[in-house]
Design a protein around this ligand. Structure first.
Ligand SMILES: Cc1cc2nc3c(=O)[nH]c(=O)nc-3n(C[C@H](O)[C@H](O)[C@H](O)COP(=O)(O)OP(=O)(O)OC[C@H]3O[C@@H](n4cnc5c(N)ncnc54)[C@H](O)[C@@H]3O)c2cc1C
Length: 457
């Protein structure tokens, strides 16, 4: 079997296939120098810090189980604080309680937070009194939530939280694909009432986000990259071939497939798992399944930059909490910031305070035209307006994640159904895995890899 792509999806496919079939011949092709894809780290001010994901949802299946399998079960830690804030209407305000993926389930906490204007609150209150008609089919998050609570709640809370997870815009984001829990509630006559009912059930609580009491997120003590290190270490030495990408995929006359690598080597396999970003997978399958190729190309990607800024401890006073989200309505370069020292106090840099700040969304590529220096300068200036900062950072790192967040546009689930059906018919033995299809976070990506491995086996 050939696995194309050595991000967490590709690694988990190889790991799980070999766990089930130790005699199987498995190769993972990865063009970069190292595995992990978007899971990475950099050394800033003397400490290693995640430059992609820094935690995963703990109460949905996938990541916690894998961590246990990899011997990291006793090593999982929750962020020391999950109390986030939002930079809304010019002021940093703590997020109100009772949010489900950014959607309020109660009026009172939102009113007290000051995030929403009086007019916006009046609109939101209508949800409690005016029942909405049941709407069938997928809708955008803006439409599904906005029809109940008004546009201001969408712009100031839902978009930064739910849209922010994948650098998406709520106007295009599929409620069915991005937040099935919300989709179900939004089909009820009164959204907040439905959410309050859902909150009582464990299933919904697992997907709530930042305002729950129990830890929602977990990460290995040394950082999320530890999962990648353990996966790589668990694979036999000849499985992972870094520095080699897949150039093309062709049919073998005697059955199965030939994967030609950038090293010119042809590798024959009965099964091929495409654990690559959707546009790369499109290029590889287009000749064999034009239908799948076209649909894969239709999955858009957003680019983001994640910067890590290290400030001398004497020159910065951070606000309380874990960090803040910035609604696009504020017009800032920064989309979010997290106070690393508050979240992960066991990973702090001596003498320095670390901040992660990001820029870029599906409709905001300003950072692409900026040099690293300009980007750091721009983010530093905005941070200086919310934290008490008296000097420039002493060290910094910029991770540019080009085309990194797959966009789950309205109709995404149906699109993925069509892609899978087309591949099954046109290219049997070619299977997809990864963040572009049935959930874009680490746990869902791991589940997609396990599903791919089960099919291949
Ligand atoms: C900045 C950032 C922050 C995030 N934060 C979180 C978080 O806090 N929690 C969370 O759960 N998720 C988070 N995510 C999402 C998470 O990173 C993804 O769900 C996950 O890493 C996707 O893994 P993947 O294997 O599907 O894709 P990728 O990691 O993109 O792996 C795909 C691999 O394919 C390789 N490839 C490309 N072309 C070829 C080719 N021709 N041949 C062979 N290989 C090829 C690439 O080099 C890459 O290694 C974040 C993502 C980013 C970018």
């Amino acid at each position: 079997m050939v696995v194309i792509g050595g991000g967490i999806a590709g690694l988990v496919v190889a790991y799980d296939v070999l766990r089930r079939r130790p005699q199987a011949r498995v190769v993972v092709l990865e063009p970069s120098a190292g595995a992990g894809g978007r899971i990475g780290r950099a050394r800033v001010a003397g400490v290693f810090i995640d430059t992609g994901p820094d935690a995963f949802l703990a109460r949905v299946p996938g990541a916690v189980e894998l961590a246990h399998d990899l011997g990291l079960g006793g090593d999982l830690v929750a962020p020391a604080t999950g109390a986030a804030a939002v930079w809304s209407r010019g002021v940093v305000r703590p997020l109100p309680g009772g949010l489900i993926l950014g959607v309020p389930s109660r009026l009172g906490p939102v009113l007290r937070s000051g995030i929403i204007s009086r007019r916006g609150m009046a609109r939101m209150a209508l949800d409690e009194v005016v029942p909405r008609r049941r709407v069938a089919g997928d809708r955008s998050v803006s439409e599904a939530i906005g029809s109940h609570l008004g546009t201001e709640v969408v712009e100031r809370l839902v978009d930064p939280l739910l849209g922010g997870i994948s650098a998406a815009h709520s106007d295009q984001l599929s409620v069915d694909a991005a937040a099935p829990v919300l989709a179900t509630a939004a089909r009820q006559p009164r959204l907040m009432r439905a959410l309050r009912r859902q909150q009582a059930t464990a299933g919904a609580r697992g997907q709530i986000g930042v305002t729950e009491d129990r830890p929602v997120f977990l990460a290995p003590r040394a950082g999320v990259t530890e999962m990648v290190d353990r996966l790589v270490a668990a694979l036999p030495g000849d499985v992972l071939q870094c520095g080699v990408g897949a150039l093309s995929l062709s049919r073998h006359l005697a059955g199965g497939w030939i994967v030609t690598g950038t090293d010119g080597v042809e590798r024959r396999a009965m099964a091929v798992v495409l654990a690559t970003p959707a546009p790369v997978s499109a290029t590889l399958v287009r000749a064999h399944s034009p239908r799948a190729g076209v649909e894969l190309e239709g999955i858009r990607y957003a680019s983001v930059a994640l910067t890590v800024l290290a400030y001398n401890r004497t020159s910065i006073t951070l606000p309380p909490g874990s960090g803040l989200l910035v609604p696009r309505a504020e017009g800032r370069l920064m989309t979010a910031a997290s106070w690393w020292d508050h979240k992960w106090p066991h990973l702090v840099s001596e003498g320095n305070v670390l901040v992660r700040a990001s820029a870029g969304r599906i409709d905001d590529n300003r950072f692409l035209a900026m040099t690293d220096d300009e980007l750091v300068q721009g983010l530093h200036q905005e941070l200086s307006q919310v934290a008490h900062i008296r000097a420039m950072p002493v060290d910094w790192h910029v991770a540019r994640w080009a085309n990194s967040f797959p966009q789950y546009d309205v109709g995404h689930n149906e699109r993925v159904d069509r892609i899978e059906a087309a591949l099954e018919q046109d290219a049997p033995g070619v299977v997809l895995a990864g963040a572009a299809y049935r959930g874009s976070g680490i746990p869902a990506t791991i589940r997609s890899a396990l599903a791919a491995s089960a099919r291949v086996v």
